[in-house]
Design a protein around this ligand. Structure first.
Ligand code: ADP
Length: 401
């Protein structure tokens, strides 16, 4: 036999928002007194107890003692009854994810039980909460997007400022680079014109100075012209089979004067039997000249330069090694960017436009080759131009990486 116990609980403030509205709860016990089910309604208790209880027990509880309830007033509410140990003994509907649960201890015949009423997920309060959650997520995402946009905008502005600074320092560096040799040449020519030298030896010295400074000027002008042609995509390379030893010899020919004047020891090791490379000979000379120029500029007391070439995996590597100031590892990729000069050591006293390596890199890439650098600060640097070997005109060897 199923026993039915009922109780009317008065909630001061119920979850449906209706004040002072009574809650009717029913607990079912089996023959041994165990709780087999429970339920509850917001309802007029007197009327319910007088007329409704019998039919509810007869029609619903006997057939499905754990699932019942469902009157209008409780449509969006979950009712849970817990025993004294906190175990759920009955439930009508599942609770939604809300923090609006109201609960009360039951008294009288239900002493020790505890009933809790929570909004289900379909209750307006839950829908409102979900809506608020969606709004919070939306605001969060929107804030993220706005912060991201501000960040990207700031970075763009900073980069533009940096570019403007780089360009203005480029212009002042180039101006200085152009003015210095012009001033030196002017002075030497004046001295020669006014015959203010003591004998043929000194005359020769002035002539050499003019020659050297003219070379420097020519190289700088070449760099600037090449740079603007490359930037405009107008530099044309005339590819053909080129002998590395010829390129090295003719480059050194024009550079030897500068090396001797600066007191450098030069060691050249270029085997005659190297394979031909696929290159524009003049552009390759220009690259080598830039590497040699840097080797001179960034050396201090150890004035030694070594030029060597080796065949390697379908490429010929032409290297220029110096015993100069070297380059910190963190700057070794940056130096190939245009206008970049490393702000340390000798670089403050040595003038430059920050164009040379960027040009070398672009020209060698256009050959499907690459430039490698190995350097230890204080010990020196080795720059290597890797140029693909000439494949008998059958195709262009591609670089491995
Ligand atoms: P520039 O010499 O006109 O400044 P480059 O593009 O030729 O411009 O070189 C970029 C930077 O790389 C130089 O400013 C210098 O800091 C560094 N660098 C290039 N070659 C060497 C080298 N052989 N030894 C040390 N640092 C070098």
């Amino acid at each position: 036999m199923i026993m039915v116990e009922s109780q009317v609980l008065l909630f001061g403030d119920d979850p449906t928002g209706r004040r002072e509205h009574p809650f009717a709860a029913v607990v079912l016990r089996g023959p041994t007194g165990d709780v087999t089910g429970a339920g509850g309604w917001w309802f007029n208790p007197r009327a319910f107890l007088a007329t409704g209880l019998d039919s509810v027990v007869r029609d619903r509880l006997n057939t499905n003692p754990r699932m019942y309830g469902g009157l209008e007033a409780t449509r969006n509410l979950c009712v849970q009854v817990f025993d004294s140990e906190g175990h759920e003994v009955a439930r009508v509907r599942d609770p939604g994810f809300t923090n609006t649960a109201r609960s009360a201890d039951m008294t009288g015949p239900f002493e020790g039980f505890h009933v809790s009423v929570t909004a289900t997920s379909r209750a307006p309060v839950s829908i409102a909460q979900r809506f608020v959650m969606v709004e919070v997520v939306f605001i969060f995402v929107l804030t993220g997007v706005m912060l991201g946009a501000v960040f990207v905008g700031l970075r763009y502005i900073l980069r533009q400022i940096e570019l403007v600074q780089e360009k203005s320092s480029f212009v002042s560096n180039v101006t200085h680079e152009l003015k210095t040799p012009i001033a030196v040449v002017k002075l030497a020519v004046e001295t020669l014109e006014m015959k203010r030298f003591r004998g043929p030896e000194e005359e020769g010295k002035y002539l050499r100075t003019i020659m050297r400074e003219a070379d420097r000027l020519a190289q700088l002008v070449d760099n600037i012209l090449d740079f603007s042609r490359l930037e405009a995509g107008k530099k044309m390379l005339r590819m053909g089979p080129v002998g590395v030893s010829d390129v090295v010899a003719s480059t050194l020919e024009s550079f030897r004067l500068r090396l001797e004047d600066a007191g450098f020891l030069l060691d050249v090791d270029v085997p005659e039997d190297l394979p031909l490379v696929r290159a524009d000979g003049i552009a390759l000379q220009h690259c080598l000249l830039n590497l040699l120029d840097n080797a001179v500029k960034y050396s201090r007391e150890r004035k030694e330069i070594r030029v060597f070439a080796r065949a390697r995996d379908g490429f010929v590597g032409i290297s220029v090694a110096d015993r100069g100031i070297g380059i910190e590892a963190e700057h070794q990729t940056r130096i190939f960017d245009k206008f970049v000069r490393v702000e340390t050591g000798l670089v403050h006293t040595v003038k430059g436009a920050g164009l040379g390596l960027s040009l070398v890199d672009q020209i060698i890439r256009a050959h499907y080759g690459r430039v490698e650098v190995a350097s230890t600060p204080g010990e020196g640097s080795i720059f290597t131009l890797l140029v693909p070997v000439w494949a008998d005109g059958t195709g262009t060897p591609r670089p491995k990486s």
